[in-house]
Design a protein around this ligand. Sequence first.
Ligand code: ATP
Length: 537
Amino acid sequence: MANSFQIIFLVYLICVYFAIAYGYSPPYYYGSNYLFALPPIIGYIGGIAVRSNGGQTHRHSRGGHGHRSGGVGSASKGDVAAELQSHSDNELNLDDINNELGCYNCTHKHPKTINSDDHYESISSGIGGTLIQSDHEDKEIPEFLELSPEDRRKQEDLEMYGPQHRFLTPSQQSAAHKRYKNQIDQAQNPDPNLLNIYSPKLEKEFPSKRVLRNQAKVYADVNSNQPLEYSDYESYKITWNPVDRYEIINKIGRGKYSEVFFGINADTEDDVVIKILKPIQKFKMQREIKILETIKDGPNVITLLDTIRDPDSKICSLVFPFVNKTDVRELINYLTDDDLKYYMYELLRAIEYTHSRGVMHRDIKPQNIAIDHVNRKLYLLDWGLAEYYHPTKNYNVKVASRHYKPPELLVNMFDYDYSLDMWSLGCFFAGMILDRDPFFNGQDNNDQLLQITKVLGTDELLRYLDKYGLELNEEQESMIKQYSKKNWDRYIPYENDDIAHPLAIDFLDKLLKFDPQERLTAKEAMNHPYFDSLKKK
Ligand SMILES: Nc1ncnc2c1ncn2[C@@H]1O[C@H](COP(=O)(O)OP(=O)(O)OP(=O)(O)O)[C@@H](O)[C@H]1O
């Protein structure tokens, strides 16, 4: 008898431990639909249940047990919201924390506190975005979501403290509250000096310390040579179609701005991906859709099939063809040199086309490169951060994912251009051929620059900074010492000799340059001798 009690007590302790470990958290708000908190153990069990159903490819589940609630909007009011809600509520794990705190496709797990600088950097980056793009300041979220005042307050609380706020002591909560309010104040009453520096459209307010403005080597005038409406996404009127014809099957991914589901088009029986957008600023939605429209005929660019909105919940979704992809980082284990060249070339075709249409992707990374190896097809996904390039415009440097961010984003060079995509491509390529992804594995933005400098050398960094009159911030100054430029050969693992050969290394070296002007353009990259053998075949 005593033994049974001990066992029950032990099981209870284990459940409580896992409930805490899996970050049981308050409800996830979306529109006016939210579920009340479940007891910790249910939170834990729910987390496990969903995770066990959360693989990448779920085609087998059509009509099977994985068949979730009806069509996106075919059933009762707010079904899309309920669908999203049900997934989110079941997945009360640390990924939610990353997501809620705005960490960008964050792969690391955060501690159960929002005291880390990373979190605030993420929160402030959202607000910074508003500040920088003050002309975009968005008043439409409440209207878009039609939140009740009570829901709105709860959402603000959630934003303020993060989903883990109950783990904070009262003094931590009040510090969090203060910092959050400061961010809001800053965004609402921006420092005019800052605004001058970052104002997106002002060439004349170029900071005096800068001695040279950067301008794209190619396609600099593509947008100015087009009528205004070509790149004016803020005036773009989105056409929203009904949701009825789509049926959600199960969840296959998530991003900062969306929850992504595998589904079918009931009319055509086609497999589709339904990207349900989280509450985002209207201009971001207009930008993604307008850009997808601009580049829709491009090679290897994912096609936007439909834009749908549930009339009741007002939840908006984008529909794409489903790509039965293999994680590129797994794929590298069995790709031959020819395969890798082939996919790099296909990726470059997508990038070159996009740049030629006046668009920078601004978030190239392995997660956004979908390879269907069976059909030898590659698609460039996620155009949520893409932007039209204008040579006189200053851009938000808080774009791209940390490990793929080029130096210009890390030293506030806001006059960057298409070449930022070529750096990210270089990081991706380095990860593949050197079997080390991410190749530059910074712990934060300053450390990211340090990691880059340790490889490319301090002299090269200083040459780049001097050329444009750029400066390091105080922390970077103190962190970055004198490092010599390293020979790439030292990073080649023995078993990768076949793919990391001299031509591949030369190609890599020409992509990973501090100075955006010195990097290969997409067209130059396609003409690099690395691809000669592919072209012959
Ligand atoms: N057409 C597709 N086919 C298969 N999987 C897809 C497709 N589109 C998106 N996904 C999956 O969903 C994930 C999230 O999609 P996406 O990157 O478009 O969302 P996001 O919210 O913009 O993400 P991010 O946080 O990177 O900005 C992708 O990394 C991918 O794994």
